[in-house]
Design a protein around this ligand. Structure first.
Ligand SMILES: Cc1ncc(COP(=O)(O)O)c(C=O)c1O
Ligand SMILES: N[C@@H](CCOP(=O)(O)O)C(=O)O
Length: 465
């Protein structure tokens, strides 16, 4: 399998190099040159497979022989055996034909575990083979960071630096990151917001000289193709468990960086019968405004009770636009330059295509809390606030009540006590494996919102420690 950049001016790569590349050298994002497509018969033949066996079917073609099949299957088994539920991604029913796909059964209690516990293993495998050490610089609004740290904390081959916005992640999220005291793990609280952290990650890729040519820079954010690849699997899994592919279903996806819903779009393009894909946002609603009003315009970041979705610029939207613009890298590079500096409208044919593919809805904090309270009163089921946004959007945008509507349950409610309490409910107890989390010792460095300061911190710890 070959991968190409969305901006059309970077070398084509094979899987192993894409895994290690992060951002493409032209500033674009890597996508498969050709996407596999499966017939309904093939998809039907996957019914009854365990999660990790299904993951193999979907992931193996993307890996394209870079890792031998037995080793890949072992990595997948090890990754998903470590989840807290035998079904790995269980479905909970809220109402007639209405479900939550619980993607928070992994070790750090958010959907990021699906890709990042695998990514840690893939990186170790490839770096061992190459006898190379790498530096990871990542940005998090709370969940990517802890999942990436968990996936890499025992690695001999990586040093991992994770930036989070100072005081803007929940206490549980912060502690999940800062209480990991492994020598190769560095937490940085940045005096800025998530977009500042994400911009610094991208700037590090554009300026890899700061690692003196001695270390490779690797991404754990969803700019890394391997993140998206692993997230495609659960769309197939949910469908196969709800009568797919012989009936289509819809997904409502709490959206920030557009990685998770982009994986759903890929699943549809790979042949999975998906009816609606609903972009569910909080008050940081640039995607909802783009889809509903055809106006892509950056507003100042709002701090909400769903901090993991407090994102202004959604990186992976570029991957969708690449397809919408006929995979013309030059057109897309020009568009991305404009989108960075001014409000942009798409021409009507392209906008119609986006609207054919996606519905959208934005949800504010009071509605989020009201939904947590109502769903709990009706069913006894406690939604995390991000998932609650998905449920509101699912109900608002749903077109067919006779087809399953699945909201992706992106995090466990225990991570977001403030929202749960504002909904008038008690925060649940931390799960057994992290029962003493709040008492554990923390290690974290506070840095200004400055690329130079972050790069100097990385260099000092990688080369001078
Ligand atoms: C709990 C939670 N829900 C939803 C999202 C949004 O996912 P994406 O950024 O892939 O759109 C995130 C972070 O990305 C998250 O941590
Ligand atoms: N919501 C994320 C933000 C980073 O997005 P990513 O999917 O690109 O890693 C988080 O929780 O960190």
């Amino acid at each position: 399998m070959k991968y190409i950049s969305t901006r059309g001016n970077a070398p084509e790569l094979e899987f192993e190099d894409v895994l290690l590349a992060g951002l493409a050298s032209d500033g674009g994002l890597y996508v498969p040159k050709d996407l596999p497509h499966y017939s309904l018969d093939t998809i039907r033949s996957w019914r009854g497979l365990s999660y990790s066996k299904l993951a193999f079917k979907i992931i193996q073609p993307f890996v394209g022989g870079a890792i031998d099949d037995a080793a890949l299957q072992q990595m997948l088994d090890d990754t998903y055996d470590n989840f807290g539920h035998k079904a790995v991604a269980p479905l909970t029913q809220l109402d007639n034909n209405e479900y939550v796909l619980e993607l928070f059964q992994g070790p750090t209690l958010a959907f990021k575990d699906f890709a990042l516990q695998l990514l840690g293993r893939l990186l170790d495998h490839v770096l061992t083979k190459r006898n190379e050490r790498a530096v990871i610089v990542g940005a998090t609004s709370g969940d990517t960071g802890s999942a990436a740290i968990e996936g890499c904390k025992h690695s001999e081959f990586v040093d991992i630096f994770i930036m989070h916005p100072h005081n803007r992640v929940s206490e549980v999220q912060r502690k999940q990151m800062t209480t990991v005291l492994s020598d190769n793990v560095y937490n940085i609280a940045v005096e800025g917001n998530f977009d500042d952290c994400q911009n610094m990650v991208k700037a590090c890729f554009a300026d890899q000289g700061f690692l003196r040519g001695e270390r490779r820079l690797v991404a754990v954010n969803s700019i890394n193709w391997a993140r998206i690849m692993a997230q495609v699997v659960y769309y197939f899994y949910a469908s196969l468990n709800l009568g797919g592919p012989d009936r289509s279903l819809s997904f409502s996806v709490p959206t920030g960086n557009f990685g998770d819903i982009f994986a759903g779009y890929l699943a549809k393009n790979m042949g999975l019968p998906i009816d609606q894909l609903i972009v569910a946002t909080n008050k940081n609603d640039i995607l909802h405004r783009t889809i509903s009003q055809n106006r892509y315009e950056k507003h100042a970041l709002a701090h909400t009770l769903t901090p993991s979705m407090d994102i202004v610029v959604s990186s992976n939207f570029e991957r969708l636009l690449f397809d919408i613009y006929g995979r013309d890298g030059q057109l897309l590079a020009d568009l991305m330059t404009r989108m960075n500096s001014e409000p942009v409208e798409l021409d009507s044919a392209r906008m119609a295509k986006v609207r054919e593919l996606f519905d959208s809805h934005a949800v504010d904090d009071p509605q989020t809390c009201a939904t947590i309270a109502t769903v709990f009163a009706e069913t006894g089921y406690l939604l995390d606030p991000h998932t609650a946004i998905g449920v509101v959007a699912a109900r608002a945008c749903r077109r067919h009540s006779d087809r399953p509507m699945v909201t992706l349950g992106t995090a466990h409610p225990v991570k977001f006590g403030e929202a749960i309490n504002k909904a008038g409910l008690a925060t649940p107890a931390l799960p057994h494996h992290m029962a003493d989390l709040l008492e554990r010792e923390e290690r974290c460095s506070l840095l200004p919102n400055s690329l130079a300061a972050v790069q100097a911190f990385v260099v000092k710890n990688v080369f001078d420690a």
